[in-house]
Design a protein around this ligand. Structure first.
Ligand code: EPS
Length: 402
């Protein structure tokens, strides 16, 4: 990312999480409720563990916002971990004088950061690694993403997601996405639009829980209202598909990202992959005055938006903490052991959709600022309006622009 950057800090059972977002224009209306709403969405989902009953994620502003508007300076937010009260002795930054470390983890979990982390960072206690590798960190990403989403909303971009597969159950594809997508998806405990699949997925979650196992799945992220021409074909690191893939692959447990048809495109002839170009009409301003007969490209061609909805698929492996643990090796003795099993979730696929929306929003807001940047929101909007007006002026019946 270039113009809009963000970072997070915080451990899962530490005092709290911090998100810092840099590069926003001044004058963006921003209230805590817009962020807290997204944080609440991320905490939902059938299959979550006891931790979500403890937390009530909400932000406190630390910097960058005044009188309900961004200042153009870095926006910093704090999310307190309510579970900190139960972990203060374990996670105390300066330790507890005279006492050994508590709740050491010496039996690394296959599939988690535990083993590579202790080896790489020279630690004896995998807790020094897992506390940061925990998906708790994604709460801070969602806070950052909510700010990016606010910017996108100002220019009519809507980002939503829904679960398309969970625990091996695949939902029927909707004929079209409801609008707004999230209102429909959030009404389901597993954020799925297909009610028959919903019941089946919940039954799989119950069965996995009873077996001490965990489940993965797939979500679809959809962004509508994007102008044509975000991202660029000119250099590898400006291609929007690559930037989105990197951002989404960085979500814990995500193993695959697909754009449009994704892997399916590799099996079809070109005539059944590429989307024929049609003349557009009124209402196609953000598409530059054209439209497509289909959207198999998922709204991206050559690393640029083409004005059609952006459609991404994100696949998540099952969570690595199993209540029926897998074989491992004890870090001290080198002997066979059972992996550590801590309280955890059976699945976090519904929450992953919310996180994927946040990461998508951050990348798209960055690309929007790259195309239409400005120091104030008004300047950015003027720049976008000027671009869209130039696109309208080059329509075939008005051959003024080449
Ligand atoms: C996680 C383990 C669980 C999850 C956690 C991610 O936490 P705990 O060990 O406290 O039970 O609940 O996710 C969150 C806390 C969250 O906010 O999403 C892990 O090991 O990744």
């Amino acid at each position: 990312m270039g113009r809009l950057t963000f970072t997070t800090a915080g451990e899962s059972h530490g005092r709290g999480l911090v998100a810092v977002v840099e590069g926003l224009p001044a004058g963006l209306p921003l209230g805590a409720e817009a962020v807290d709403r997204e944080l609440a969405r991320r905490m939902q989902g059938y299959g979550r563990g006891a931790r979500m009953k403890i937390e009530q994620d909400r932000i406190e502003w630390l910097a960058g916002v005044r009188a309900g508007e961004t200042l153009g300076s870095p926006v910093a937010m704090l999310i307190r971990n309510l579970d900190w009260a139960n972990w203060e002795d374990v996670m105390a930054p300066e330790g507890v004088p005279g006492e050994p470390r508590r709740r050491r983890v010496a039996r690394p979990r296959p599939g988690h950061a535990d083993l590579a982390g202790v080896l790489k960072y020279g630690r004896q206690d995998a807790r020094d690694v897992l506390e940061r590798a925990s998906a708790r960190e994604t709460a801070a990403r969602v806070a950052a993403g909510a700010v990016a989403r606010r910017l996108l909303e100002e220019v009519g971009v809507e980002i939503g997601s829904h679960v398309v597969a969970l625990g091996g159950v695949r939902a029927a594809e909707p004929a079209e996405w409801p609008a707004p997508l999230n209102a429909a998806a959030d009404a389901s405990p597993v954020r799925v639009l297909d009610r028959a699949a919903e019941a089946e997925m919940m039954a799989r979650i119950d069965a996995a829980k009873a077996a001490g196992d965990t489940l993965g799945g797939e979500v679809e992220v959809v962004a509508r209202g994007l102008p044509v021409g975000l991202g660029s074909h000119v250099s590898w690191d400006r291609k929007l598909d690559g930037r989105l893939a990197a951002a989404l692959m960085s979500i814990p447990a995500v193993k695959g990202v697909a754009v449009g048809l994704g892997f399916e495109a590799a099996a079809r002839p070109g005539s059944a992959v590429h989307d024929p170009i049609l003349p557009g009409g009124a209402g196609d301003a953000t598409r530059g005055g054209y439209r497509r007969a289909a959207n198999r490209a998922g709204g991206l061609e050559a690393g640029m938006t083409n004005g059609e909805p952006l459609v991404l698929r994100v696949a998540m492996k099952p969570i690595a903490t199993l209540m029926q643990p897998l074989p491992t090796v004890h870090l001290d003795t080198g002997e066979a052991a059972q992996a550590q099993s801590e309280r955890s979730d059976v699945t976090a696929v519904p929450a992953m959709g919310v996180i994927a929306e946040a990461m998508t929003a951050l990348v798209l807001a960055d690309a929007l600022l790259e195309k239409c940047g400005g120091d104030s929101l008004e300047e950015m909007k003027r720049n976008l309006a000027g671009y869209l007006a130039a696109l309208a002026a080059r329509q075939p019946d008005r051959p003024t622009v080449r």
